[in-house]
Design a protein. Structure first.
Length: 288
């Protein structure tokens, strides 16, 4: 079977960089094995498959090259920006159905934003083992802060480090990162510091998710949401709009920026919307 795929870079910084996702806009004729085979053939970190929904505007299913996952930030933004550019959705409110419920989507000009839930924080018992998986030590940590698991829809291990040099220094030992991710039921590690390349942004990051076949990716919307909450709740970044840099410190840089809008009630985060811009790169056909 031939499958038509759009390759879309999500969270582009200006008009460049971003994180490529596959988008299959009319996927209702594909079964799960064909979707997984398509994602594996593409070899991108995630591919989104779009089909009709009876409970939302669209049904989205997300596959890495090795398995299905519940949510994917950059593939969601890629999908809705692509739908917007194809004239299949307009400005304002939309929604997606996923395997664990529905989420709101907001289209704002050339930007798309996806809903995430309020944060849940879980401390990490073995800090040293978690750090060793990235060849980091306690000396690399941002003073006064420890790694913590944060979930706004998916769980990520946030690792606050001193500066951009420490972010760049992180080197995942894939078996160890995978083992910690399995133990804590993580999508992956999100290493960050308050130091950014572009002035005025709030954190610079890298993300590692070998449990899901992703050694490193250049933009992770489902991780930027937890980080924005951590910055607000734990680090005193008392801003309702947060900008997260990612991809600049990879060995092959792909600059990305993720915007997070926090919904607050009496100073507490109730929900959030994470999003950005996307650029359709090309169309191709994959045989599965």
């Amino acid at each position: 079977m031939d499958v038509s795929v759009e390759i879309v870079n999500a969270f582009v910084d200006g008009s460049e960089g971003g994180n490529p996702a596959g988008v299959v806009l009319d996927a209702e004729g594909l079964d799960s094995s064909q979707k997984l085979a398509t994602a594996a053939r593409l070899g991108l970190s995630e591919t989104a498959f779009v089909s009709p929904s009876s409970i939302a505007a669209f049904k989205l299913e997300f596959f890495t090259p090795t398995r299905q996952i519940a949510h994917c930030g950059h593939a969601t933004i890629a999908t809705f920006c692509c739908l917007r550019q194809r004239g299949r959705v307009g400005d304002g409110e939309s929604s997606k159905e996923t395997i664990d419920g529905t989420r709101r989507i907001h289209l704002d000009g050339d930007m798309a934003f996806m809903e995430q839930t309020g944060p849940r924080y879980t401390p990490v018992e073995d800090r040293n083992a978690a750090l060793a998986a990235l060849h980091l030590t306690a000396d690399d940590l941002l003073p006064g802060f420890d790694p913590v698991v944060v979930n706004t829809g998916n769980s990520f291990l946030l690792v606050p480090v001193r500066d951009a040099a420490a972010v760049r220094k992180a080197e995942p030992a894939v078996p160890a990162v995978t083992a910690v991710s399995e133990e804590l039921d993580l999508i992956g590690y999100y290493v960050f510091s308050p130091e950014t390349v572009v002035p005025g942004r709030d954190a610079g990051t890298r993300m590692f998710a070998p449990r899901y076949g992703i050694t490193e990716e250049s933009a992770t919307g489902m991780a930027a949401g937890p980080l924005a909450c951590f910055l607000y709740d734990r680090m005193g970044v008392r801003k309702a709009r947060v900008q997260i840099e990612q991809g600049r410190l990879m060995s092959a840089p792909s600059p990305s920026v993720i915007q997070v809008r926090l919904s607050l009630s009496s100073g507490a985060i109730r929900s959030l919307m994470a999003g950005g811009r996307a650029k359709v790169l090309r169309s191709l056909v994959v045989s599965v």
